[in-house]
Each structure stands twice: as structure tokens, then as C-alpha cells.
Design a binder for this molecule. Structure first.
Ligand SMILES: *Cc1c(COP(=O)(O)O)cnc(C)c1O
Length: 410
């Protein structure tokens, strides 16, 4: 193992790197969460999160919980036990949401797809047209286990084409604040996220964007809910408070990370994620490897799940990366365990971070027995990043606007 100097390089697709500025912003004395001036911190956060979701007429809630809590909040507030819902399963996270829906007593129609594909739009349209009793339609926007992004606007389109008035539930945990997301325009009723991915914070806040329609549905829905109750949240949030003790340092961190995202500009954040991901994909391709995502239309700009050659164990690549090169890659989960390793490229990253990921991946792959030519993946990404960076600079008018990637001011 190498000496414990430098940093451990984090390329798991969550938790992501927390910028130094955000870490410092969280280092605050504890404060009274019922103090008269506490709403000065919280009310702008609720407002600004709606901007991130592009949710104009609904609400955004924050629960002290991991992202999974927002899955449960979304379901338990808006549906009834026994309601029929349409879901699809093509990776560990879409699988776990199906499992939760079943355990909460929903009548789940589940469409299984190969791990590497995403939400099947034609199948959804066919099922919705045949069965008008469906009350909820679920989509995993970005399947983190396989690096697959689905077309949420397309889900809304097929729901409308089928005349469905179901609620649309979207898992946006590994997409919000990294990939374009349009809650209002896409007609998303419940949009689940968490603090430790694109929002660049530690785990600990579940974030949930709720449409006006879903708020209305929560008034008559009968599933039991308590900790996650929208009504309890609304009553206190309206005044800037919570029904229980919120993790105040995380709220200060959220203030800082939202300020950073807005300073960069959300469109620039999305463009950066695309650019960084594309460089990683060029590198993977140059190494003669392929992605778990089976077609370019599914490629994720926040995480790449990379297939290892048949005789190379993806888990071994991760072990070697961690022990020899102090790099944390994402392991393959359940069905794709051992078959892939993942490079998370979301949050506080830049081009050189991604080159480091590729360099470490090349060494780990070679050590695990893969026939890769060292440097080939890195070189392909370097070439892409040089061109993309030059093009970006040329497209910016004013001089002095160099520094294309990092969201951290140094
Ligand atoms: C990370 C993640 C979750 C939630 O995980 P938690 O550990 O509960 O925060 C859910 N869905 C997707 C797609 C994720 O990437």
C-alpha cells in the first residue's frame, strides 16, 4: 500500500466529494432550531431548492434521512394501500424502490428490463392505455448501479398519450443538480433526491420536490405516515421550522452548495457533467472496454459502469484500486457484481479529477489481469478535454473567463 500522503480519491457515485468551502460552512456551533431568526436560514433554502428542481408551483421538503426516506415519504403521503402502480426494474436502485413499494402494500406492475437499459416507454404506454386504474407511475431517472439515464419527459409524454391521470414518481437522487431536471415542465409529481450526490453534501438530508397535484392528493390519501407527513412538514416549514430537530450544520452546508451551484450556473453545471462524462467514455472506449449501458441513448453523465473483460473480476479491480492506489471506485451491485466497476463523475470534479480516475482504473485493471495498454484511456480523455476546453473558451466572450471546470474557488 502506498504511503498515507495525499488524499483518497473518491469516485464512488455517492457520497461525492464535499468541497472545502462547504465543509467549512458546516463547521458551526450548534444553534437553537426554534430561535426567532432560524427561518432566515431555512426559508431561502426552500425557495432555492425549488429553483434547482424547476418546481414553480409546488414545494420542496427536506427530511433528516438518507435519500431512501424520500422514496417512502413520496409513496406514503400520496397513495393508498392496494393502489396499482407501474414500475420498472433494471438496476439495484430501481429494484429497491420496487421492493419498498411492495412492502408498503402497493399492487405493483413491474416491467423487468436488462440491466443496462432504462425505463421502457412503449411498454409503459401500452400498459397505461390498457389499464386506466393505475394510480402511480414510477421512473428511476438515473440508475446509479448501471450508469443509465432514462427519459423522464418521455414518461410524461406516454402518460399523456395514454390519458393517464396517475401521479408521476421520479427517483432523481443521482441526477438532481447534475443532469437537467425540469419538475414542472415534465409534470413530475414527486421527485426524490438526497444530499450526498449532486448537492455535494454528506448524506443526511432527503430532499423531495412535490407538485401542487401531489400536495392535493396527500390530503385524501390513506396510507399511514407519521415521521414523513407532508401535513406536519407544511405546518412548520411555512414558518421556517421543522416538526423535529433538523441537522443544522447540513442546512448551512446546503446554503453553501446552492450558492456554489448558482454561481457556476445550473446550465454550466449540466454542461460540465456532460463534458467530464464524455471524456471518461472516450477513455473507456480507447481501452477497448464497454459500458454496462447498452446504447448511447442510455449513457449517464453522472456515473459510468464499466464492464470488465470476462476473465477479470470487477470487485478485484475495486479492491486493487482501493488498497494500492487509494482510489474508491463503485463496485458492481447484485446482478452485475464482479462484472462491472463504476466511476462516479458527479459533484465537485474537474477534467483532471477524471484523468486521475482513468489513470488509476488503468493500473487497477492491468493489475487485475486485464490486457490494457497503460495511458491509452488517459490519452483519449486528454485529447477530448483539450479540445472541449478550447471550444468552451472560444465560446465565452469576455476575456478572463478561463478556469472551466472546478466549482471550488481556490
Ligand atoms: C443513492 C441513491 C438512492 C438513495 O440512497 P440513500 O443511500 O438512501 O441515500 C436512491 N436512488 C438512487 C438512484 C441513488 O443513486
Amino acid at each position: 500500500m502506498s504511503a498515507r500522503t495525499g488524499v483518497t480519491h473518491m469516485f464512488v457515485p455517492g457520497p461525492t466529494n464535499v468541497p472545502d468551502r462547504v465543509r467549512r460552512a458546516m463547521n458551526v456551533p450548534m444553534e437553537d432550531h426554534r430561535a426567532p431568526d432560524f427561518p432566515q436560514l431555512t426559508l431561502p433554502l426552500f425557495e432555492d431548492l425549488r429553483k434547482v428542481y424547476r418546481n414553480e408551483t409546488g414545494r420542496v421538503f427536506m427530511y433528516p434521512s438518507s435519500g431512501t426516506g424520500a422514496w417512502e415519504a413520496a409513496v406514503s403521503n400520496t397513495l393508498n394501500r392496494g393502489d396499482r402502480v407501474l414500475m420498472s426494474r433494471f438496476g439495484q436502485f430501481s429494484l429497491l424502490w420496487v421492493d419498498m413499494a411492495q412492502r408498503l402494500g402497493l399492487d405493483v406492475i413491474c416491467v423487468d428490463r436488462e440491466w443496462g437499459e432504462g425505463v421502457p416507454l412503449e411498454e409503459y404506454e401500452r400498459i397505461l392505455t390498457e389499464d386506466p386504474s393505475i394510480r402511480g407511475v414510477f421512473a428511476c431517472h438515473n440508475e446509479t448501479a448501471t450508469g443509465v439515464t432514462s427519459d423522464v419527459a418521455g414518461v410524461r409524454r406516454v402518460m399523456d398519450a395514454a390519458g393517464s391521470d396517475a401521479l408521476l414518481f421520479v427517483d432523481a437522487v443521482s441526477s438532481l443538480a447534475s443532469l437537467p431536471f425540469e419538475q414542472e415542465a415534465w409534470g413530475v409529481d414527486l421527485a426524490v433526491s438526497g444530499s450526498q450526490k449532486g448537492l455535494m453534501l454528506p448524506a443526511g438530508l432527503a430532499v423531495l420536490g412535490v407538485s401542487a397535484k401531489a400536495l392535493e392528493a396527500s390530503k385524501s390519501a390513506t396510507m399511514e405516515r407519521c415521521y414523513f407527513s407532508f401535513a406536519d412538514m407544511l405546518k412548520t416549514n411555512d414558518l421556517g421550522y421543522f416538526p423535529y430537530t433538523p441537522p443544522t450544520p447540513l442546512l448551512h452546508g446546503m446554503r453553501c452548495s446552492l450558492d456554489m451551484l448558482f454561481a457556476e450556473g445550473l446550465d454550466n453545471v449540466f454542461a460540465r457533467h456532460h463534458r467530464l462524462a464524455e471524456g471518461v467514455r472516450r477513455g473507456v472506449d480507447a481501452l477497448g472496454l464497454s459500458l454496462c449501458a447498452v446504447e448511447p441513448k442510455w449513457y449517464s453523465d453522472t456515473v459510468s459502469a464499466i464492464r470488465t473483460p470476462d476473465d477479470v473480476d470487477g470487485a478485484e479491480v475495486c479492491r486493487i484500486g482501493y488498497h494500492r492506489y487509494r482510489t474508491s471506485f463503485g463496485a458492481g451491485l447484485s446482478k452485475v457484481a464482479g462484472k462491472v466497476f463504476r466511476i462516479g463523475h458527479l459533484g465537485d470534479l474537474n477534467e483532471v479529477s477524471c484523468l486521475a480516475a482513468l489513470a488509476s482504473a488503468e493500473m487497477s485493471l492491468a493489475d487485475a489481469g486485464a490486457k490494457v495498454d497503460l495511458g491509452v484511456g488517459v490519452a483519449a480523455a486528454q485529447e477530448y478535454y483539450r479540445n472541449a476546453t478550447a471550444a468552451l473558451e472560444a465560446s465565452r466572450d469576455g476575456a478572463g473567463l478561463v478556469g472551466t471546470a472546478s466549482v471550488s474557488p481556490q
